[in-house]
Design a protein around this ligand. Structure first.
Ligand SMILES: *[C@@H]1O[C@H](CO)[C@@H](O)[C@H](O)[C@H]1NC(C)=O
Ligand SMILES: *[C@@H]1O[C@H](CO)[C@@H](O)[C@H](O)[C@H]1NC(C)=O
Ligand SMILES: *[C@@H]1O[C@H](CO)[C@@H](O)[C@H](O)[C@H]1NC(C)=O
Ligand SMILES: *[C@@H]1O[C@H](CO)[C@@H](O)[C@H](O)[C@H]1NC(C)=O
Ligand SMILES: *[C@@H]1O[C@H](CO)[C@@H](O)[C@H](O)[C@H]1NC(C)=O
Length: 510
């Protein structure tokens, strides 16, 4: 801390306000850019920032259960970051330098933190190295504050378990309306940024796991094209659909994180190599353009709105208002579109289930085998563990039906092969054809209702807060595009966010 400025720390309505001369900076809801500016002007240190979040976690996490573990070295890492900034070490120019990040508990960190996907079966397992995305975060100077809670095994153990529940952290709670499903599986990643327990977080998605909790907790989520971000060191469901992405309070924060985590990783070589052609040479930041909606062709498939909300005219009317906003800001709405065989594509859900169930077994077994040490080495071991520790893992309440179904799969059945062919066909004739035939930049869907169309083909999507219903429950608007369309989606999402600024912090009363 430089003695040049008079620093006054005031605790005001539970938020630390740091006042220096004429400038005012408050940590809650501060963006990466605002935090970096406060660092530069010696209004804030990383240590103060980490301390604020640790206090916030201590206060709020007993209620919201968004954080599963805190990194005992976070404060030390913050002090190092402050020293680097003071010494003008090159890394301190990185936008993420000294910024605390929570990563979902299915993302490996080679430190004192456990990586368990919320399950006691993985407690005590030792990972070989940081996940590819964590390595990139550390290279960008970020501080790993801890692990965010999740639906256990990314919701691939039990179809009866509620979203946001895992045996270790218990049930996460929606900070806007406690009775509303917080959605999953990246539940803690969403809630922790919504409630200012951290600056930014990472989630993972196989189908809806970033988009849905972002929608229900009023944060921005980016579900990148599969392979754009490495999945190495991530407890898998399906390498065909799994992706890692940022969950943040603003589009700008999410894009700063995305910019840091994309790219080649030799431990997920094939997919990250293939997707590396989509990464703009000069990165994603310049696509944060508030005129980004200008001239963008946005497709509206009404079936999604009726599928999502039935005849809930209130919600439908809200989206009509959003369409007006999009038009007013220069977007061209292409209406009355039909996804070819919309119903058939919806029924692809069963093909998706078959494919994921088959892929899960071999992907999980491969993950478990690569661990340096682990109480479990195969899906069969995990099933046996859960039987043995039925009470701890609440097996009676939330049976491991998805595990049992996956264990029966052998990757060679006709059913599995057919499912994969059907999924490919559905993507080509459904989403891709719709986008290409109508020359669309993005498909606009309410909440996360379009997640399966994006999931089965590995397409990207960005969800942005879009309002609150009568009860105060949040919902988002999602922009999905063809593979590698992140730059365009960022322009659209940022344009919408800047024109609306719908997000408001949750009504926390403590
Ligand atoms: C990791 O789990 C072990 C129990 O196996 C526990 O003692 C330790 O505190 C955990 N680490 C953190 C950072 O919470
Ligand atoms: C998300 O929030 C809505 C309310 O906006 C709620 O109806 C729904 O059950 C929640 N969960 C999911 C999975 O959509
Ligand atoms: C922002 O978008 C507008 C409209 O498409 C464009 O004219 C302008 O050049 C863009 N700005 C930058 C910095 O790319
Ligand atoms: C919506 O209402 C119309 C007319 O009342 C009805 O024909 C239609 O089936 C309803 N759709 C849904 C999805 O409920
Ligand atoms: C795989 O499963 C199918 C049916 O589920 C069965 O017909 C086949 O024999 C099994 N193959 C192996 C190698 O176990």
């Amino acid at each position: 801390m430089t003695p040049m400025f008079l620093l006054i720390l005031v605790v005001f309505q539970n938020s630390i306000i740091i006042t220096i001369a004429t400038s005012k900076f408050t940590i809650p809801d501060a963006t990466i850019l605002q935090i970096q500016s406060a660092f530069t002007h010696n209004h804030l240190t990383s240590k103060q920032l980490v301390q604020f979040y640790l206090t916030q976690i201590q206060k709020l996490n007993p209620i919201y259960k968004a954080v599963i573990e805190i990194n005992p070295d976070a404060l030390v890492q913050a002090k190092t970051a402050d020293q680097q900034r003071y010494n003008k070490t090159p890394i301190s120019n990185s936008p993420l330098h000294g910024i605390p990040v929570l990563v979902k508990d299915n993302i490996a960190t080679k430190d004192k933190l456990n990586t368990t996907a919320g399950s006691y079966a993985l407690l005590g397992s030792v990972v070989a190295r940081d996940a590819g995305v964590v390595k990139k975060l550390r290279e960008a100077g970020a501080i790993i504050l801890g692990k965010a809670s999740l639906s256990e095994w990314a919701h691939f153990r039990s179809s009866d378990a509620p979203s946001g529940w895992n045996a270790r952290a218990k049930q996460a709670v929606n900070p806007y309306v406690a009775s509303v499903d917080p959605c999953g599986s990246s539940t803690g990643s969403a809630i922790s940024v919504a409630t200012n327990m951290v600056t930014v977080s990472l989630g993972t998605e196989t189908d809806g796991s970033i988009l849905c909790p972002s929608s229900n907790n009023s944060v921005v989520g980016i579900k990148p094209t599969v392979g754009l971000t490495s999945r190495s060191g991530v407890v898998p469901i399906s390498p065909r659909q799994d992706t890692v992405g940022p969950m943040c309070r603003t589009v700008s924060d999410a894009v700063y994180v995305l910019d840091a985590i994309v790219g080649f990783d030799k431990y997920d070589a094939s997919a990250t190599q293939k997707a590396s052609k989509y990464i703009p040479k000069d990165g994603y930041l310049k696509h944060l353009n508030s005129s980004g909606l200008k001239g963008k062709r946005l497709g509206v498939v009404r079936d999604y709105y009726y599928f999502g909300f039935g005849n809930d005219t209130e919600t439908l009317n809200k989206f009509e208002k959003h369409f007006k906003i999009l038009r007013r800001n220069g977007a061209i709405l292409v209406e009355n579109l039909k996804m070819i065989d919309f119903e058939r594509i919806l029924s692809m859900a069963s093909d998706e289930d078959i494919a994921l169930t088959a892929e899960f077994k071999s992907a999980l077994n491969a993950y478990l085998k690569k661990l340096v040490a682990s109480p479990v080495r195969s899906l069969a071991d995990v099933i046996a563990f859960n039987k043995k520790h039925a009470h701890l893992e609440k097996i009676k309440e939330y049976p491991q039906d998805l595990f049992l179904a996956a264990e029966k799969m052998n990757g060679t059945s006709k059913l599995e092969k057919e499912a994969l062919i059907n999924l490919k066909k559905a993507s080509k004739l459904g989403f891709e054809k719709l986008m290409n035939d109508n020359n669309l930049d993005a498909l606009v869907t309410p909440k996360s209702s379009g997640s399966s169309a994006l999931a089965i083909g590995g397409y990207p999507g960005i969800i942005v807060p879009a309002g609150y219903d009568k009860s105060g429950a949040p919902y988002g608007i999602c922009f999905g595009g063809l593979k590698g369309s992140e730059p365009t989606l960022i322009e659209i999402a940022y344009g919408f966010e800047q024109a609306t600024k719908f997000r408001k912090p949750p009504p926390i009363k403590i």
